[in-house]
Design a protein around this ligand. Sequence first.
Ligand code: CUA
Length: 319
Amino acid sequence: MNFPFFPTEASKVAVQVDHLYFALLCLSALTMIMVFGPMIYFLFKYRRGNKADRRPVRFSENTIEITWTLIPAILFIGLFAWGADVYWIIERPPAEAMEINVVGKQWMWKIEHPEGNREINELHVPLGRNVKLILASQDVIHSFFLPEFRIKQDVVPGRYVELWFKAEKLGTFHLFCSEYCGTHHSAMHGSVIVMTPDDYQKWLTQGAPGPTMVQEGEKLFREYGCSGCHVNSTAVRAPPLEGIFGHPVPLQTGQIVTADEGYIRDSILLPAKDIVAGYTNDMPSFQGHISEENLMKLVAYIRSIANGMPQQPPAGGWK
Ligand code: CUA
């Protein structure tokens, strides 16, 4: 669709969103014409002094009631189903997506690739690859908005949220914060740079990344003293973290939760919240002592030992 009122469609989802939006526009316009058309016509036909047949008209009541209820109901429920389908696609990142971390803070977007590359207000991604963003906010509510990809996600402090897209066009696209977040909200914007997979690989290596996120996380794991209690050989009893990520964890309350990014994050900041069955809470809270970026690195590390062994991103990055 080449309609100059819309930004470029840089992904398949963008096309799908536009089709839905266009259908909504058409149906709304049609409904408006069906309501206002007869209204204006009757205004003139039955205006005072005009000779018109004003005797009461009798329609079959059931027919007219059923018709005007059923047709719009089908149309609008259809739109709902269509919208739900697109929403479903947007809200569920594909399992094999490569992951990039994003932290919103007053007033910039800080981005870190698993390979260790960091950037501010710029997001480099390869063409044709599913990209899953894991977003967190360091301070207030921001909103991560990519108009050319027709996706937007509020980034709320205190939790991780996800967003995914697959770029289908090379080029530079807009990146906005679309939630008023303070004085320089309007300056909190940047760009998404879509590169060919080869160029992206080159960019990753040229960025001369030092340690990967996992390596940095491992370093923090020692620096913050986590290893003092959480490594198997120690005397203090703390739940071991090898093999925990992505698996169910039984809690003292009898609940069972899955150890995902959010759970790890909460356990670092609010250790008293979910106490693992069989343990007491002896861990201090790290709330206020650790930045969102460092939290993401710690999560990346704990995730990397999900199989008992630290993992590095494979050559070519996480698929
Ligand atoms: Cu961040 Cu507006």
